[in-house]
Design a protein around this ligand. Sequence first.
Ligand SMILES: [Zn+2]
Length: 431
Amino acid sequence: MPHSFAPPPAPYGASSAVAPRVSEIRAELRFDAASAEARAVATVDFTTGAFDGKPALDLRQELLWVRLDGKQVSTDDFAHHDMGAGWAARTRVLDIDLPADSHHRLEVGYELATPDCEAAKPIGWTKGGVDFDMWMSDLYPGRYLEMWVPAPLIHDRFALHLDITLDGVDRPHKLVANTGGVDATPGGRHWSLMYPAHYTALSPMLVIAPAERIETRRSALRIPGRSRSLGLVVAQLADAGADLAACEADLSAWLSYLSARYEPWPHGDTFWALIWGASRGMEYDAATTSAVSALEHEVFHSWFGRGVKPARAADGWIDEALASWSTSSRRSENPRFLTEELGLDDPPVELYPPHPWSRNTAVGAYSDGVRLIGGIAHLMGGADRMRAALADWYRANAGKMVTTDGLAAHLKAWSGLDIGPWWARYVHGRG
Ligand SMILES: [Zn+2]
């Protein structure tokens, strides 16, 4: 499997910390509503990469025990380490030197509580009930799968199996996840999930709530370029207050339109949308958890962001800039498809955090990123030209990982324009 997007080894004492290649993660998550406590056991199968060193994997929970290849390891030897991108972007490093290209199994037991990262959400405990949401975010380091389950950075693809048990609950619960591989035990208290093996740490959606708090509608639609129908699951939490039939109609229209405009649909047989009361939205592979007002933006991400995925967190600005430029959102001050001259005398902007172990999307992507795309659209001769260039870029990369350099090279080759000075100033912040 290609591994070229892994960050390079980072200094760790006299040795170095290295990104492993994870093949499979299995985790048992057990929630006990009676004691308002949760625990987990996870197994990570990985191969070390091209370098000798100490493997880096993150988990933003408190460890109870650790084993490597069946042998006990002190939890102190799997502590957080600043890889050079700042403490917020810290990752755990196993303080054991492993030879390059060797296979290993890491097992960890841990308490499952509010993840130790910015703006994470606690597990919701109610009398006899559990409310759980992965609640991922691009904007803060450590806000992907590693909040709840040990995971690599987002360049790595792996099979993910979750076994989830609710104890101490007094009524059935519902689970909404973006995989067809869900085995539900009758009674709404236990599920076994297998997510597709091409998923990365930013792919899996998971929401659990008491069944009476989730309303669900199911339908199917025809989308261009696909012979079979696409299933559409639209659900909402009780506090969302949305018109679910109207959301379903809008989602069907956007899925159909985006399939016609960009093609191909790179995901499986279903799109899942969970509407919540929060004002934000989050994209997953063929799925979203979202406010009604953010739905169009989040559906767009199933093409740009989770259809073509950022190879590194630093590349995450691309999909936020493109989604904000292309869709209507009350968050944006700019009109859809902004086309406006952008000179080379505005203050420089850094949309691409330069450290290879950085782990967040620059927040300027939503505003400065839109101005950059609008400025390049102006240079190219209009929004239609930019949209056609983006459609070609998408089709060439659907299902793959994309980079900031790759997008620049494509736009340059497609248009024949030297966009280098704009990229240098408004992506890399060089004045
Ligand atoms: Zn977005």
